[in-house]
Design a binder for this molecule. Structure first.
Ligand code: NAD
Ligand code: MG
Length: 394
């Protein structure tokens, strides 16, 4: 049992995962206190959250936003900071126990690495940082003795189904069965996919999430990123992870063992379950999630993923098997393409074209150090933007 109150930094506090995390914290003021909050540009929301949680620090990306936030928080104890280095500060501060890594995209990489290096209990929602720098990230965790707990619901489920959250040959694990809802376009024909809109893509049937991950779920890139995430987190090969489409999102993933046993973790699709699991680990915590009513669920269905209609899953797997900086290139190109799709610049199907074109054009390099990874990320963004221009003519 944890005895004292744990200090929590919530990176990406204004997002879907961040707000769910704060909801869990709100339920347990005797166990957790907010040390710091961060958000990209949501000045009013950060002011409101700071009034409620009274953190020591609040971080916002740019200086002008910081000036407005300071004026909204005048007379408060909370110190307002801005910029990337401030994110690293609140992720690694000596007084912090738990870091919720819930910034979206590559922007989360440096603060997440800072938290890992500082030996924190890192609750990892930001899968992109692990996709970009899997080996470096896992080595950093091992060297510092940080505790890394997956918050992505599938990986949290797998963690719960593995003895001590670890996968090693002598434990008799055969396979990881990574479940996927299939997203809002699971039943769409290739022709129908040509004209889907951002509004349709962000309307996920089971989960309420930020826009970027919702589009990734619709294209199955999310499952591709999660495939890579699983290989790094659980130290397993690509052959040991199977993707299983399970439209109800009640089973959050499974582990199959050599004796024929399959262990699954079930629950309502509500991120407060994996968040509360991570916060309280190795204990359990009431999270506010409705108990699962199996009679209401009634049926669980399973299908194979279709990588013809959803090529992003295949591209992500290939990039992992290629290794080096290929997953970082895939991730960067996808971020650029998804942003363009959300801004009505390209069609849904062009997302995969931009990612594939970028992967084909950028020469792969070993992911030896952070600088190499960040430079691959930058080159991929430039190439993806070029490809966008050739698609849109602008
Ligand atoms: P979101 O878009 O709702 O929130 C993103 C947060 O990051 C916001 O606080 C935003 O202000 C901040 N942010 C955005 N760009 C930034 C930048 N350049 N610099 C600093 N901060 C920035 O996203 P979300 O749905 O909460 O997802 C967050 C992360 O968690 C993603 O990596 C996602 O893949 C992962 N995740 C989310 C869910 C979910 O249910 N939402 C589930 C599993 C994993
Ligand atoms: Mg997930």
């Amino acid at each position: 049992m944890q005895s004292s109150v744990q200090q929590v930094s919530v990176l990406g506090a204004t997002g879907s995962i961040g707000l769910n995390t704060l909801d869990v914290v709100r339920r347990h003021p005797d166990k957790y206190q907010v040390f710091a909050l961060s958000g990209h540009s949501q000045v009013e929301q950060l002011a409101q959250l700071s009034h409620e949680f009274q953190p020591k620090f609040v971080v916002i990306s740019d200086e002008q936003h910081a000036a407005r936030l300071k004026s909204l928080l005048s007379g408060q104890q909370t110190e307002v900071l801005s910029g990337a280095s401030a994110l690293e500060l609140i992720a690694s501060h000596d007084d912090v126990d738990i870091v919720m890594a819930a910034i979206v995209g590559a922007a989360g990489l440096l603060p997440n690495l800072a938290a890992a290096k500082a030996g924190k209990k890192v609750l990892l929602a930001n899968k992109e940082s692990l996709v970009m720098s899997g080996q470096l990230f896992m080595e950093t965790v091992a060297n510092s003795g940080a505790t890394l707990l997956p918050i992505d619901s599938e990986h949290n489920a797998i963690y719960q189904c593995l003895p001590n959250g670890q996968m090693s040959p002598d434990l008799g694990v055969d396979k990881i069965l990574l479940t996927a809802s299939g997203g809002p376009f699971r039943m769409f024909s290739f022709d129908q996919l040509k004209t889907v809109t951002p509004a349709q893509a962000v309307a996920h049937p089971n989960w309420s999430m930020g826009h970027k991950i919702s589009v990734d779920s619709a294209s199955l890139m999310n499952k591709g990123l999660e495939f890579i995430e699983a290989c790094w987190l659980f130290n397993c090969s690509a052959e040991q992870v199977d993707v299983v489409v399970h439209p109800e999102s009640v089973i959050h993933s499974m582990v199959s063992y050599v004796d024929g046993s399959v262990l699954a973790q079930l629950g309502n699709p509500d991120m407060r379950t994996p968040i509360a699991y991570g916060m309280a680990w190795p204990d359990r915590l009431e999270s506010g999630v409705k108990p699962l009513d199996l009679f209401e669920v009634a049926q669980l269905n399973f299908e194979k993923p279709d990588t013809e209609r959803f090529p992003c899953l295949k591209l992500a797997k290939q990039s992992f098997m290629e290794g080096g900086c290929a997953p970082a290139v895939l991730n960067a190109a996808n971020e650029v393409a998804v942003d363009a799709f959300l801004n009505d610049r390209i069609s849904f199907l062009s997302i995969a074209d931009v990612v594939e074109g970028t992967l084909n054009d950028i020469e792969n390099q070993k992911a030896e150090c952070l600088e190499t990874i960040l430079s691959a990320d930058l080159r991929a963004r430039a190439k993806a933007s070029e490809l966008l221009q050739s698609i849109t003519g602008k």
